[in-house]
Design a protein around this ligand. Structure first.
Ligand SMILES: Cc1cc2nc3c(=O)[nH]c(=O)nc-3n(C[C@H](O)[C@H](O)[C@H](O)COP(=O)(O)OP(=O)(O)OC[C@H]3O[C@@H](n4cnc5c(N)ncnc54)[C@H](O)[C@@H]3O)c2cc1C
Length: 414
């Protein structure tokens, strides 16, 4: 067992690794470049809208056992709220149609055979044809594996996979799409119940983790940006933070849990994904009207998912690179126009904020998926973690937590 594990990066992967190690009584120190933990999964006080907001609304599904396990470990299960069954209200702004996709709460996808529970104008056979996603093939664009058209694809598979993969599903890696479907929708509504963090991401995922770590032999150093790994032969012997080099003792280990573009600059010869996709989130300071469901899917619109929280309405657009040339003002107006057509809200724009995360996730294409490294490196005491490492899943909290858990397990085997 290592003496001390230095974890670089306090995102979900780094926090998951620290929590797992600290839970086994192993000393950890997290070095975080910024002044805040959480990485791409964080809350902050926003002056423009006068609200505490998340960088982006994050959804977990009941299938996300590692992420839910992480929350259980840090005593934060009550910081997220889950629906009792997997019911997703949808509005199609092209037809003005409204329906609820009802996957139920069971373990088998019986909803496919019930016309009232599936999307309008679809037949059970349409879904059976899409089940081809599950057949193993070499990794290729999903559009070469299934027909990415038709009502079942447009109204069910596309919105679901776009949210999970953050890229137009027809261009996505069929391996990653298969992994998502195999772990969720193929297992029925029981695996697809959505969870949200109504009090914010930091209150759910980050602050309880820091409290958990504070109570154990763990340190968290903010403003500590790793500039260089000092190596000798097959071992990391020091961490260069620019103003000081910290020695890594022979029995210490290092978990590098930084984004891929940082890892590839720090680790010689490391290949990582190097193309990214954006996510845009809008937050409007307004109490949602009583009829607005906590989560509504929107089709044929700029907005993709509308979320009603206690004090605000938030909207998510995935694979959002096509909107990056618009000003924030334009995006806010376009999205609010959609919200008005879905919910009973005033025409006047409430106080708002638009968060554009340009490198929200690595691009989930076959080519980028092939660039994901495993956790082990050529240095015996250096392990990688992050949603971009080879977890077999797209870049999600679940992937980040699994990678952190895996890194911790490898370190404990050292
Ligand atoms: C807008 C948005 C919406 C999303 N929605 C969802 C969702 O609904 N469901 C879901 O499951 N996932 C979602 N995700 C993805 C999820 O947020 C990520 O998969 C996850 O947070 C990645 O965690 P990570 O630890 O791998 O990486 P990061 O969060 O990127 O953490 C890396 C950390 O390393 C730090 N760091 C960087 N360089 C250095 C250095 N040199 N030295 C020290 N520290 C350094 C960074 O500051 C950061 O804190 C979303 C992401 C975004 C951006």
């Amino acid at each position: 067992m290592p003496q001390t594990v230095h974890i670089i990066g306090a995102g979900m992967a780094g926090l998951a690794a620290a929590v797992r190690l600290a839970g086994r009584g192993i000393a950890t120190v997290i070095h975080e470049a910024t002044e805040q933990a959480g990485g791409r999964c964080r809350s902050y006080d926003d002056a423009a809208s006068g609200m505490r907001i998340d960088n982006g609304t994050h959804i977990l599904l009941s299938a996300n056992t590692a992420a839910l396990g992480f929350l259980a470990s840090i005593g934060a299960t009550d910081r997220i709220t889950g629906a009792s069954s997997a019911r997703f209200p949808f509005v199609d702004l092209a037809t003005r149609g409204r329906w609820t996709l009802d996957l139920g709460a069971g373990r088998l996808p019986f909803w496919v055979f019930d016309r009232r529970r599936r999307a309008p104008g679809t037949r059970a056979l349409d879904y059976v044809a899409l089940a081809r996603i599950l057949w193993p093939t070499p990794d290729r664009p999903l559009g070469q594996v299934i027909s990415c058209s038709g009502p079942a694809y447009e109204q069910v598979v596309r919105p679901f996979l776009l949210a999970a993969l953050n890229i137009d599903p027809s261009a996505s890696s069929s391996d990653l799409a298969r992994a998502v479907v195999r772990e969720s929708i193929a297992l029925g509504g029981a695996a697809c119940r959505p969870y949200l963090a109504p009090k914010g991401l930091s209150a759910a995922f980050v602050e309880p983790a820091m409290t958990y770590l504070n109570g154990r032999a763990s340190g968290l150093r903010f403003g500590n940006q790793l500039r260089r790994l000092v190596v000798a032969a097959d071992t990391v012997t020091g961490l260069d933070f620019g103003n000081a080099v910290m020695a890594v003792a022979p029995d210490d280990a290092v978990v590098l849990a930084v984004p891929p573009y940082v890892a590839s600059a720090l680790v010689p010869g490391l290949q990582t994904p190097d193309e990214f996709c954006a996510i845009i989130n809008a937050h409007f300071r307004i109490v949602p009207p009583p009829g607005l469901a906590p989560m509504v899917g929107v089709l044929n619109a700029t907005a993709e998912w509308i979320f009603g929280f206690e004090d605000r309405i938030s909207v998510t657009i995935s694979g959002a690179d096509r909107f990056l040339q618009h000003t924030r003002d334009e995006i806010a107006k376009m999205i609010w126009h959609d919200v008005q057509r879905v919910a009973d809200v005033p025409a006047e724009l409430p106080p708002w904020q638009i968060v554009r995360e340009r490198r929200a996730t690595f691009a989930a294409t076959p080519a980028q998926n092939a660039k994901r490294p495993g956790a082990r490196t050529a240095w015996r005491n250096l392990t990688l973690a992050g949603d971009w490492t080879d977890t077999g899943l797209p870049a999600t909290i679940e992937s980040a937590v699994r990678s952190g858990n895996r890194a911790a397990d490898l370190v404990m085997q050292q």
